[in-house]
Design a protein around this ligand. Structure first.
Ligand SMILES: Cc1cc2nc3c(=O)[nH]c(=O)nc-3n(C[C@H](O)[C@H](O)[C@H](O)COP(=O)(O)O)c2cc1C
Length: 182
């Protein structure tokens, strides 16, 4: 089995982001199970709000090319007003205008942390829909991490159920699915 290459994208750029914490906890978990991980920092790929008259910016093209190199991609995202955040939607709109090969080629994992108990279920549902619509294979096991203050420690380690169990299952499913494809 080749070492699976998994990218992590956090859809919050906030310094104290709970989704960034969740991302670091999940990265440790995926590495323990043998994956090679890579963080995609969206701060390094600033892009204007999508406008069909604009030329595709060079850093959008670089991001699309980079994303094409991964076997799996995990998104950790906040939920804003029951929806996915504009940072993430804008990134998907721009990159999909360039190429959707990266979406079709990767196995996708979706995760969301929220301060309250609902764990971003509305946002995860929408993201699932968008990725499916673009031909992406999204794992059925998502990681809803509600009540983040008690589900994550200060380093982002998942310390309580059910989120820890969800993350372990997602990781196993992703590695197995990538192995089956290769
Ligand atoms: C504009 C706005 C809308 C929000 N809407 C929701 C929501 O629909 N559901 C929810 O669980 N939390 C909502 N929140 C709270 C976020 O989950 C919380 O701010 C979270 O910490 C953001 O993620 P981050 O820490 O990774 O940046 C909202 C926050 C903002 C600023």
């Amino acid at each position: 089995m080749n070492t699976p290459k998994i990218a992590f994208i956090c859809a919050s750029l906030r310094k104290e982001s709970i989704n960034k914490k969740l991302e670091s906890g999940m990265i440790r978990l995926f590495e323990k199970k043998g994956a090679k991980t890579h963080v995609i920092n969206l701060n390094e790929f600033q892009m204007p709000i999508f406008h069909g008259d604009l030329k595709i910016p060079e850093n959008v093209k670089s991001l699309t090319k980079l994303l094409e190199t991964f076997d799996g991609i995990v998104i950790t995202t906040p939920e804003y007003n029951g929806c996915l955040p504009p940072l993430l939607k804008n990134m998907i709109d721009w990159t999909s205008a360039d190429s959707i090969d990266y979406i079709k080629n990767a196995i996708w994992g979706i995760a969301s942390a929220t301060p309250g108990p609902m764990s971003g279920i509305m946002c995860m549902r929408q993201l699932n829909f968008i990725l499916n619509r673009l031909g992406g294979e999204v794992l059925s096991q998502q990681v809803g991490c509600g009540n983040a203050a008690s589900s994550l420690d200060s380093d982002g380690n998942l310390i309580s159920q059910p989120a820890l169990n969800f993350a372990e299952k997602m990781c196993e499913m992703m590695i197995k699915r990538i192995d089956q494809k290769n």
